[in-house]
Ligand binder design. Structure first.
Ligand code: NAD
Length: 437
């Protein structure tokens, strides 16, 4: 049976487990195609907001480029905190989009919770439901955890449950890098699961790539990010090895070669994907020496924030202002943000540190980094050193105003180039240029 047709008939629906960046975007893109989607989340606030047509993640508004109110009103988009709403016979698809990490390590409790809930489905239905795992999995997790778990629950894969692993690559900052446009890799346990996944994903995704199995698609996610992790970390190692040279410029020009991307040095990688990828791979390898490149990558990456803090302390600065808690500009995500260890290292050097991020409240900042905030831009003159860790739009105030507030500042480190066009004086450094560290 064609699952696309079944879903389009509106007799069947899509269940989405976890309504964060990944799950919510899945729901929104499928509901835009007039498919009914219901998301389950343990966060009641998120559920309430979705049901009242408000985006729980306000920073996604620009990314989507449209309101979700209409979709909610038309009954295509709904959320619940009662998992039983999602295990009725009318759900053909179960997208799994819950977190798979905690404190920088693989963490599978939410995944197993969700699988426990899904395993309560009615097994005697004509069209077996499919589980499509969107969450990032470390290599081998399907074989070690998911498949044995489903078997233990007496579900027969390919018969009364179907299974695929289809990781995500969205870039929640650029609207075009979304579920519709990005190449999507998927792999399945059997032919039927693969066919059904294609039926379902092709409703939204334009470019699909079928892997020969779920093991391959599962590994693709970690490996593609580990490559990026190494590339960014090489930029950092070059900067540490040649502190008197403008490695930022070198790498910008290196990036003009047709097969090389541009990377720049900085405080290290953050977010769910990149810093975890090498760890995910190493967690499944018996002899870590065989992947010494990844081990070194993690070591250098984790050490960057300390290196930056040491350099600032050595230069004699005492009052440090940090602009940005997020790991990327215009996103309210502080997961594994390198700003967190940076603040810790600066505090260990007994420096006076304050942080401002327009996306986070005073309390959220306090909870994340245990320091106070400040008023931007009015209180910028309080600091002798500023670190602009991301390029939030709100940091780009008029040049004249900014220059007025920066008069007393003796060192500015700009990670993402938020102020690169402001023509600031020699105290201003893009991370990676001569003298930034
Ligand atoms: N955000 C990204 O850019 C991105 C990109 C690719 C892959 N991923 C992966 O996708 C997964 C989800 O990431 P995200 O960014 O959407 O995370 P998120 O934190 O934004 O959302 C996760 C949601 O799951 C909910 N949740 C937690 N435990 C739950 C449970 N037991 N049952 C139901 N809901 C539960 C949380 O309340 C939250 O709303 C992760 O594995 C992540 O690595 C994320």
């Amino acid at each position: 049976m064609d699952y696309k047709k079944l879903l389009k008939s509106n007799k069947f629906k899509i269940a989405v487990w976890g309504t964060g960046y990944i799950g919510l975007s899945t729901m929104v893109y499928f509901s835009k195609k007039k498919i009914k989607c219901v998301g389950y989340d343990i966060n009641h606030e998120k559920v309430r907001k979705i049901n009242s047509g408000v985006l729980p993640l306000a920073d996604l508004k620009n990314w989507f480029g449209f309101e979700i109110k209409k979709l909610v009103k038309q009954n295509y988009l709904k959320a619940t905190f009662n998992y039983k709403d999602l295990i009725t016979n009318d759900f053909l698809v179960h997208f799994v989009a819950i977190p798979t990490e905690k404190d920088g390590k693989p963490f599978y409790k939410p995944l197993l919770n969700v699988l426990t809930n899904i395993s309560k489905i009615n097994r005697k239905v004509k069209n077996p439901p499919i589980i499509i795992i969107e969450s990032t999995l470390a290599p081998k997790v399907s074989d070690k955890k998911i498949i044995p778990f489903l078997k233990k629950k007496k579900l027969t894969i390919g018969k009364n449950i179907l299974l695929s692993v289809a990781p995500r690559r969205d870039w929640f900052i650029e609207g075009v890098k979304n579920l519709e446009n990005l190449d999507r890799v998927y792999g399945s346990t059997d032919k039927k699961s693969a066919k059904v996944t294609k039926d379902v994903l092709s409703i939204v995704c334009k470019k699909l790539h079928l892997a020969s199995s779920y093991k391959v698609s599962e590994m693709v996610k970690s490996v593609e990010n580990a490559y990026r992790h190494m590339d960014i970390t090489l930029a950092n190692q070059l900067s540490l090895a040649f502190p008197k040279d403008n490695i930022r410029e070198v790498l910008k020009l290196v990036g003009t070669k047709w097969n090389v991307e541009t990377f720049h040095p900085g405080i290290g990688t953050g977010g769910y994907c990149i810093p975890l990828s090498s760890r995910y791979i190493l967690s499944q390898v018996k002899d870590g020496n065989k992947l010494s490149l990844l081990r070194e990558t993690i070591k250098t990456d984790d050490g960057m924030s300390r290196a930056v803090a040491n350099s600032i302390a050595k230069k004699g600065f005492k009052k440090i202002g940090i602009l940005g808690l997020s790991y990327k500009g215009d996103l309210k995500v502080s997961v594994l943000s390198k700003v967190i260890p940076l603040v810790k290292s600066l505090k260990r050097k007994r420096l006076n540190v304050r942080l401002f991020d327009p996306y986070f409240t005073k309390k959220e900042i306090k909870d994340a980094v245990k320091i106070g905030t400040f008023k931007f831009p009015n209180e910028l003159p309080k600091f002798d050193c500023l670190i602009v860790t991301v390029d939030h739009k709100q940091f780009k105030i008029p040049k004249k105003v900014l220059k007025k507030y920066l008069k007393k500042c003796k060192l500015i480190i700009d990670h993402d180039g938020a102020w690169k066009n402001y023509d600031l004086d020699s105290n201003y450094h893009l991370s990676g240029d001569t003298g930034w560290i």
